[in-house]
Design a protein around this ligand. Structure first.
Ligand code: M6R
Length: 613
């Protein structure tokens, strides 16, 4: 989604803004712009398309200045165009604003302001903000801060804002409501950013702005106030991430790097929660043992890939505990009449912790008195701040838009949670729990083995990459895997892909099967009761001439005999096999996308975190 960077300090802000925006490119955008205070002038440059276009325009008409704001825009209101790109200004051209989020009542505000002579140059909701500030100054606001505060009180919606004004050339303002924003504190210089990686190479000292807070940044330091103008203490925190975590480290794309990081990420989670022993650490449970023992129901809420993780978590939690677990999509739950009461635990799964639909749903649940447990990857995110307890996935920054390591980390966190809850409730025999934990520990090595087969997977992907469509089949624990594999393929190779529970195929999609359709069948096994059923489904595909690509357990010759191509993975306990099988599907999608020549890290139309409804 959109990205914000701002700078105030002794250096020239322009290269800092461009560098920060480059580090946010992964979030997805379609235009970019900067505003810089320069010799009593407010200079703005904007361009559609990639940042390199903006840089080229700045080479033609250079600008420099020690206070500036920059933005990458992902269009919501108004097409991707230069006039709609941020920053936007007021009528006098003295105030410039960059904005992430949505001003829901912008049309009414725009009509009101236009009736009083304000002229609007874009189709965006954002443009009302500088005009509102101008309006408040004209109405007698004593300072920029006062005008910003009064202007924002007239808006409804969500925002992260960076604001500069010629009237206060030594000041940078920032404000937040519902969209993430941080301030970075350096030595005599300060930054703002919508995401930590934007400024990680410049400072690790950050202040996470809270909802409804406005920050005033001057070289001497930063002050926070709430919407009533009351001072708020700014808590400076140290970000533990290394700057290199957000670099490609020799891989051709972030996505490939992140796929290869999975064994390490899962080992970290295992070590963190199990150490060398077999016992889950109590903090994984979050709430005390009595709470878990008396709990009856969990409602898991999430979107996209995280929803597939939640589907897996439901199967595992229901299998290992006596709990009833339901899943819902954030975008559906928030408008549904689903019954939730204080006896329901809400489980939110989100990589970013900023997904608007997930956040709106959990807020609703919280208001109804439910406790909130989150599985999240981003410390300081909105979800983390609102949760009663957080189970971190510790996957490190995920830059590739298509989620990979965050997904397997979510699966691992859910597996650890299900085992811990099963144990504490007494729903799972200790010997079985121990056996399962030993099997869980084997998962990172099994993934490593799949990564070592990347070349075989590449050949298969290249052979099948050019068809218009593909079908993914899996059952039980691997039905979510099939959904996730198809999603990866759609996201990065732009090839239509559909996923079905294999047993459902004969209820409709079987009509699609012909000698051209690649059908990716997940049929791994240890003692899986659905293995034979899955093989029957694969035979139904075979009988209709479909081109079968099988994900099979090492040594399974029966599957290889039916399939046109087989990707072998190591034997892994059925319950945990999704963590291994999905890696083969990630690579399959990756190499198909590469063969199709797409922009893998920044697929078209997609944003890394969907902070609008
Ligand atoms: O940050 P979240 O996990 O809440 O994001 C949810 C989805 O937007 C996200 O998983 C999306 O589907 C990814 N592009 C998947 O690769």
């Amino acid at each position: 989604m959109c990205g914000i960077v701002g700078y105030i300090g002794p250096a020239d802000s322009v290269p800092i803004l461009v560098d920060g925006l480059t580090r946010l490119e992964y979030r997805g955008y379609d235009s970019a712009g900067v505003a810089v205070l320069q010799d009593s002038r407010l200079e703005i440059r904007r361009h559609t398309g990639r940042l390199s276009n903006l840089e080229a325009s700045m080479q033609q008409a250079p600008l420099t200045g020690s206070v500036g704001i920059g933005h990458t825009r992902w269009a919501t209101h108004g097409a991707p165009s230069e006039k709609n790109a941020h920053p936007h200004t007021d009528s006098t051209g003295r105030i410039a604003v960059v904005h992430n989020g949505i001003i829901e009542n912008y049309q009414a505000l725009r009509n009101e302001l236009a009736a009083r002579g304000h002229r609007f140059l874009s189709e965006t909701d954002t443009e009302v903000i500088p005009h509102l500030i101008e309006d408040e100054l004209a109405a007698g606001a004593a300072s920029m801060l006062e005008a910003i505060r009064r202007a924002l009180a007239r808006t409804r919606g969500a925002y992260a804002l960076g604001i500069v004004s010629l009237d206060e050339p030594e000041t940078l303002y920032a404000a937040r409501l519902g969209s993430p924003l941080i301030a970075g504190v350096g030595d005599g210089e300060l930054y703002i950013a919508s995401d930590v990686p934007a400024i990680l190479n410049r400072t690790r000292q950050v202040v996470y702005l809270g909802d409804g807070q406005i920050a005033t940044l001057r070289r001497e330091g930063l002050e926070l106030v709430d919407m009533a103008g009351k001072p708020v203490a700014a808590e400076v925190q140290t970000v533990e991430l290394e700057a290199e975590a957000a670099e490609r480290a020799g891989f051709e794309t972030f996505m490939l790097k992140e796929i290869h990081e999975q064994p390490r990420v899962l080992r970290t989670l295992l070590n963190l929660h199990l150490g060398n022993g077999q016992q889950d650490t109590p903090e994984i449970l979050g709430f005390d043992a009595d709470y878990w023992r008396s709990l009856r129901r969990i409602m898991a809420i999430s979107c996209g890939t995280a929803y597939h993780a939640a589907m897996y978590g439901r199967l595992l939690l229901e299998g290992l505990t006596g709990l009833a677990v339901e899943t819902d999509l954030g975008s559906e739950f928030r408008y549904s009449n689903r019954k939730i009461d204080p006896a329901t635990l809400v489980l939110a799964v989100s990589q970013s912790g900023e997904t608007a639909d997930t956040l709106a749903s959990v807020r609703m649940a919280h208001e109804r008195g439910c406790r909130l447990l989150s599985i999240c990857n981003v410390a300081g995110s909105s979800l983390v701040r609102e949760s009663d307890h957080v189970l971190y996935t510790h996957a490190g920054p995920e830059i590739g838009v298509a989620s990979t390591k965050a997904y397997t980390a979510q699966l691992m966190a859910l597996a650890l949670l299900a085992l811990a809850v099963g144990r504490v409730r007494g729903d799972i025999a200790p010997e079985l729990a121990d056996e399962m934990i030993s099997d869980l520990r084997a998962v990172p090595d099994a993934i490593h083995y799949v990564l070592n087969r990347a070349e075989i997977i590449r050949e298969i992907a290249e052979k099948h990459h050019d068809g218009p469509s593909s079908l993914y089949l899996g059952r039980r624990y691997n039905f979510p895997t099939a959904l996730e594999g198809a999603l990866k393929n759609k996201e990065i190779s732009y090839q239509h892909a559909e996923a079905y529970a294999a047993g459902e195929m004969k209820h409709g999609p079987i009509a699609l099967i012909n000698e051209y359709l690649p059908v990716i069948c997940i049929c791994t096994r240890t003692r899986d009761e659905v293995y034979e059923k899955t093989i029957s489904n694969v035979r139904e595909v075979e009988a209709r001439g479909g081109r079968i690509i099988a994900i099979a357990t090492d040594g399974d010759t029966e599957v290889a005999d039916i399939a046109e191509d087989t990707i072998y993975v190591p034997q892994t306990r059925d319950e945990f096999s999704p963590m291994v099988n999905v890696v083969a599907l990630q690579l399959l999608a990756y190499y198909a996308a590469q063969a199709r020549g797409t922009d893998i890290d920044k697929p078209r139309n997609l944003a890394k975190s969907v902070t609008v409804e």
